[in-house]
Structures are given as structure tokens and as C-alpha cells.
Design a protein around this ligand. Structure first.
Ligand code: NAD
Length: 428
């Protein structure tokens, strides 16, 4: 039997088509928004350490920049495809729009596997990527950032190449830079803290005092750790955390009924967010199967690891006590599971709203760099809170007024804002 391979761009387009129909968008606007405005595909020749030349394939897709310069990460991945980059660039447009920051959506990539490349080879790929696209990116047109398998070092090499070509300093060209080299304080915490600012507002709407709620978390990486930190600081209790075990090649859930201690778990976690199972046992944690995080009798589920984690196969295992799913990860809930949660009346905080704290802080980085004036961490986090809170309020207001699921309301607001920008500019 033939199966159709998963194509993220087709998924992104069909999500868009559904909302466009509800919004009754004009045909021209629809046609413009359902595809990227610009796409670049290019070769990056690199002289490898062994003296041979290897040619890598690079991409940059600018889905839409009606609301501001395109914004989005650059992924290094051996399985990168143009359709993945297209889909991700479209999702970036909606994410920037739903939190109402003046940026559009973009994404980039290189087909490569950094595990098998030296630092020098990676630097050459970064510099080559810039040389091929330099005329089409920049602080006022398209602002890249780190993503899968790229980090602040890659961004600095790219920035350096861009500045060498232009003969000036343009720190606002790229975000995700290390602090001290134009990076923003608070960026490390931003996504996780943003998840909790949104969750805090949702709990207010539901009339649940946060300090009497209990949560179960999937993941113990950047997003999960800072979300759990902010949530417990506000008085919430995390009873279970699930993460990947690299040695056993399975995931486990670590549970402590009275509540986990983040500090001690951080002390026994590796840099990939894996928890040492033996040391966890010594500290009194119960080790359970990977999916057990989803079956806990808690008020809140916080998936912050991977996509497709709440699906048709396991959604039925979610306890009746669960009232909120706060999507820290991108795409953690499949459309089938989403329907089940909808029917059950679970309040789902959609990913592109809930985890938009990262891109919001990247926007703050860009603003600080362009002004060449850097804010204190408290100021960054306070501004982040304000942005996330008002984004939640707008989505929630529409959802309650029109009796919509939060995800649908978030899409409607995001797409409507971009459609309006396109119309006001006279593009369609
Ligand atoms: P990370 O690599 O720091 O952490 C990932 C965590 O997931 C690790 O603890 C790992 O052990 C765990 N994990 C992996 N496979 C698992 C499995 N099968 N079961 C249970 N746990 C598993 O990643 P991150 O930066 O925290 O990102 C997490 C999610 O949030 C991703 O979907 C990412 O796209 C999304 N996101 C991240 C940011 C950001 O700023 N970091 C922003 C927006 C969205």
C-alpha cells in the first residue's frame, strides 16, 4: 500500500485554507498568503579539512514581510527540504503576528549534519550561506536566528561575514547572539517564561489559583526547565517530568508526588536535557515509562519536548483532572488529538501563541542592537510579560466572544493582521 509522505508545507497550507475560508478572505489575499513571497535556493561550496570540495545546498524562504522584516531561524539538518522551510516560514509569519511584533516570517536551512563537520567546516558553511544571500537579507529586510543544530557561534560567523561585505557594524542583522556580543539578557529564559505568563493568564480566566495547581511536564530542555522554574516560583507544583534517555534510547518519566525539585534535577541533567536515572532514583524519584507524564492526575499538562506527542493513540489516557494543555513545544498535539481535547473541554494554549516568548525576545534583541543600547534583564522580562499577556488577552477575547477554540482564534487573529497589512499596502 502506498502512503503519502508527511509534507509540512501541505499541512501549513491546509491550516491556512481553513482559516481563510472562515475569515472570507478575498481570493487575491488568499493566493498571496498561502505561499511564500520569495524563495532562494543556492549552493555553498566548502573546501573540507581533507582538501576536497563539498557542495552544500542552502535555503532561505521569506513567507511574508508585510508587517515587517522577515524573521526566522536557520536550521542545519541532513534531511532538510524546501517544503519544511516553506512551512516553518509560514508558521513564523503567524507567530510574529499573533504576538503583534512588527516582523514577518522567514526560515532558512542548509542540508548538512554538524555531527560530522569540524568547527572550521561549519564556519565555512555559515560564511558561504551569507555570501550567497547577502543581497536579500539584512536588518531592514530579513533577520535570521539560530534554530535546530545552530547556535550563537554560527550567528556570529554569519554576522561577521555580513559586516565584512558591507563594511560596517550591523548587530541588528541577526539574533540569538551571545550576551556581550549583541545578545539580549533574558533570551535563555524567554520561551519557558513566556509559556508560564500565558498559562498564568489562562488560569485566571478559568478561576484556578495557580499556586493550587499541579502540572506534569514533557521535556527537560531549555523550554521545559524555564517553564517549570517560573511556574514553581509562582507557587505551582510540578509532580512529573519526562525526558529522553540517550543510553537506553527510550524516554522515562520521573515522578515525585510532593513535587520535583528543579535544582536537584538540574544537578543530575546533561546539556541535552536528559536526567541521570540512577541518581534520580537515589534522590527518591520514581522512574516510570516515558508516556506516564501524560497519565498523571494533574491540572496542567505542559508538553515541551517534541512534535506529535499527544496523538490519537494516547489522548484517551489523559486524566479527567486535566484542565489545561500549555503547548511549549511546536506541534505537540496532532489534529485528531486536538479534536478529542476540544470535545472534552480542555483549555488548549496553542503552540504559536504559547511559545512565542522566544521570538518576542529576539525582537527585543533586534531593537536593542539597532539602538545600540541594552536593557537590564528585569526590563526585558517585564516587557516580555506585557507582550505575552496582551497577546493572550486578544486571543481569549475573540475565543470567548465567538465561542472558538483558542487555536482557531489565534490563527484568525494572526492571519487577519497579515491580511490587513497586505491590503493596506495595496498588494492585494
Ligand atoms: P531542547 O533540545 O533543549 O530539549 C528537548 C527536551 O526534550 C530534552 O529534555 C529531551 O530529553 C526531551 N525529549 C526528547 N525526546 C523526548 C521524548 N521522546 N520523550 C520525552 N522527552 C523527550 O529543546 P527546547 O529548545 O527546549 O525545545 C523544545 C520544544 O520547544 C521544541 O518543539 C522546539 O521546537 C520548541 N521551541 C523552542 C524554543 C526555544 O526558544 N528553545 C522556542 C519555540 C519553540
Amino acid at each position: 500500500m502506498e502512503t503519502t509522505p508527511y509534507n509540512p508545507f501541505q499541512v501549513a497550507q491546509s491550516q491556512f485554507d481553513k482559516v481563510a475560508a472562515v475569515l472570507e478572505l478575498d481570493e487575491g489575499v488568499r493566493e498571496l498568503l498561502r505561499q511564500p513571497m520569495r524563495e532562494y535556493q543556492f549552493t555553498i561550496p566548502v573546501r573540507m579539512d581533507d582538501g576536497t570540495v563539498q557542495v552544500f545546498k542552502g535555503f532561505r524562504v521569506q513567507h511574508n514581510d508585510a508587517r515587517g522584516p522577515a524573521k526566522g531561524g536557520i536550521r542545519f539538518h541532513p534531511m532538510e527540504t524546501i517544503d519544511t522551510v516553506r512551512a516553518l516560514s509560514m508558521w513564523m509569519t503567524w507567530k510574529c503576528s499573533v504576538v503583534d511584533i512588527p516582523l514577518g516570517g522567514g526560515k532558512g536551512g542548509v542540508i548538512c549534519d554538524p555531527h560530522h563537520l569540524s568547527q572550521r567546516e561549519q564556519e565555512q558553511i555559515c560564511r558561504g550561506w551569507i555570501r550567497q544571500i547577502v543581497k536579500n537579507v539584512g536588518p531592514i529586510s530579513d533577520v535570521p536566528a539560530p534554530d535546530v543544530m545552530t547556535n550563537g557561534q554560527h550567528m556570529l560567523w554569519m554576522l561577521d561575514e555580513f559586516e565584512a561585505i558591507h563594511g560596517g557594524r550591523y548587530p541588528g542583522f541577526i539574533t540569538g547572539k551571545p550576551v556581550g556580543m549583541g545578545g539580549s539578557l533574558g533570551r535563555t529564559e524567554a520561551t519557558g517564561f513566556g509559556v508560564v505568563y500565558t498559562l498564568r493568564e489562562a488560569l485566571k480566566v478559568l478561576g484556578l489559583p495557580l499556586d493550587r495547581t499541579v502540572a506534569s511536564v514533557q521535556g527537560f530542555g531549555n523550554v521545559a526547565q524555564y517553564a517549570a522554574q517560573r511556574y514553581t516560583q509562582l507557587g505551582g507544583t510540578v509532580v512529573a517530568i519526562s525526558c529522553w534517555d540517550q543510553a537506553d534510547k527510550v524516554s522515562y518519566t520521573f515522578r515525585k508526588k510532593g513535587g520535583v525539585c528543579l535544582q536537584e534535577l538540574r544537578g543530575i541533567a546533561d546539556k541535552f536535557g536528559g536526567i541521570d536515572k540512577n541518581r534520580a532514583r537515589d534522590l527518591g524519584y520514581e522512574k516510570m515509562p516515558g508516556e506516564a507524564w501524560l497519565e498523571q492526575e494533574v491540572d496542567i499538562l505542559l508538553p515541551a519536548a517534541l512534535e506529535n506527542q499527544i496523538n490519537r493513540g494516547n489522548v484517551g489516557k489523559i486524566a479527567k483532572s486535566v484542565k489545561v494543555v500549555a503547548e511549549g513545544a511546536n506541534g505537540p498535539t496532532t489534529p485528531e488529538a486536538d479534536e478529542v481535547l476540544k470535545e472534552r473541554g480542555v483549555f488548549v494554549l496553542p503552540d504559536f501563541l504559547t511559545n512565542a516568548g522566544g521570538v518576542t525576545c529576539s525582537y527585543f534583541e533586534q531593537v536593542q542592537c539597532n539602538a545600540n543600547y541594552f536593557w537590564e534583564k528585569d526590563e526585558v522580562l517585564a516587557k516580555l510579560d506585557t507582550k505575552m499577556t496582551s497577546a493572550f488577552a486578544a486571543v481569549n477575547e475573540l475565543a470567548s466572544r465567538q465561542k472558538l477554540f483558542m487555536r482557531d482564534a489565534a490563527y484568525m487573529i494572526a492571519i487577519n493582521r497579515v491580511a490587513e497589512a497586505v491590503r493596506l499596502r495595496g498588494w492585494a
